[in-house]
Write a new protein. Structure first.
Length: 333
């Protein structure tokens, strides 16, 4: 492990991009804000830096990374687009959408970053700090969420520090992120398929495509050595405290992740209650999700009881993350 580094934190101001780009150019690991969650960046073309990134996160190296670029034009250099994927890129980039495409023959991204696949996940983030860094560096940056592998994704610089201080070189603090869940991942290798629900709702994508997105479960073949969304087989987004879903009755001492105005039986026995969105807004709930999970986890309660969150809009992504967070720790590979 790369524990023992001095991790600097700097403000995400006008000077940050130059500092961050220099550090990346030198093979360093830089955490920076995107509109979805904080990412841990490495120069995608530097295999040593990518190897250090996997090590700092404790991430299995068969789980490929998303290459972040500054523009659609830069994306065309590393991935092969067809009509539909280009339509999605033009409609939603910069923004919380990742496209899985074939690599171009001259793609400069290190093999390790794509785990030896001939495909690549690409996105153009919308956060101004992320865009400044990408523009200044002028190369693709691979960036998984800036947390220890399997842990809850970070939505503030403080979350990044608590997971990765001593393991990475630089943290750019751009304040809390806007979206709060990771990007939506669409495979465009055949018929467009939703690999991971995320910060861009399914309905918005289907409206642009003019057709329904396949689900990864529809025809995913998990027996292949390279499943369609390798990372989605892992337990992810996990608090240490056991989490149960769709709670309608609260047990004494439980920590409660509430949603909306309804009051479950036994709520007065809860050790702590945090509401994702009292007004029942899935966008507000997504922004609060990982921060609330971390805060509830820190209370040392016997369990976390999560109330039902409806599936509309970002609700699909929220429910996906909650379901993964509820997988018992004993089933972690
Ligand atoms: O919002 C986000 O997407 C954030 C920010 C930092 O941009 N990044 C993020 O990265 O969530 P990460 O590494 O936590 O998730 C990337 C997911 C993994 O599940 C990985 O397996 C999948 O993308 N992935 C990457 N390359 C792939 C490929 N070629 N084919 C299929 N899935 C791929
Ligand atoms: Mg992640």
């Amino acid at each position: 492990m790369t524990v023992g580094l001095t991790t600097r934190t700097i403000a995400g101001d006008a000077h940050a991009a130059a500092d961050a780009a220099r550090c990346l150019e030198d093979g360093g690991l830089v955490a920076f804000p995107t509109e979805t969650v904080y990412g841990l960046g490495a120069d995608a073309t530097n295999a040593d830096a990518v190897a250090r990134l996997y090590q700092a996160k404790g991430r299995p190296s068969f789980n490929p990374l998303i290459a972040h670029v500054e523009s659609v034009a830069a994306a065309l250099d590393i991935a092969v687009f067809d009509g539909l994927s280009l339509r999605l890129a033009n409609a939603f980039w910069p923004g919380p959408l990742t496209l899985v495409l074939r690599k171009t023959t001259h793609c400069p991204v290190a093999e390790l970053a794509t785990a030896g696949l001939d495909t690549i996940a690409v996105r153009v983030p919308a956060h101004p700090t992320a865009r400044d860094i990408l523009r200044t560096l002028g190369k693709p940056v691979v960036a998984p969420s800036a947390n220890i592998s399997g842990h809850v994704s970070p939505t503030t610089a403080a979350h990044v520090e608590s997971d990765l201080a001593g393991r990475i070189d630089l943290i750019v603090d751009g304040g809390p992120v806007a979206v709060g869940v990771e990007s939506t991942i669409i495979s465009c290798l055949g018929e467009p398929m939703l690999l991971r629900p995320g910060g861009l709702p399914r309905a918005a994508i289907e409206a642009v495509l003019g057709k329904t997105l396949l689900n990864v479960t529809d025809d995913a073949d998990v027996s292949t050595p390279h499943p369609l969304a390798p990372g989605m087989l892992e337990q992810h987004y996990a608090p240490r405290t056991p989490l149960r879903l769709n709670a309608t009755r609260i047990e004494a001492g439980e920590a409660v992740l509430a949603f909306g105005k309804s009051i479950p039986a036994g709520l007065d026995q809860a050790s702590i209650v945090l509401n994702l969105s009292e007004r029942g807004d899935p966008v507000e709930a997504a922004a609060n999700l990982f921060g609330h999970l971390r805060a509830l986890d820190a209370k040392g309660a016997s369990g976390i009881a999560a109330m039902t969150v409806p599936m509309n809009g970002l609700g699909e992504a929220i429910n996906d993350r909650l379901r993964r967070a509820a997988v018992p720790a004993t089933s972690i590979a």
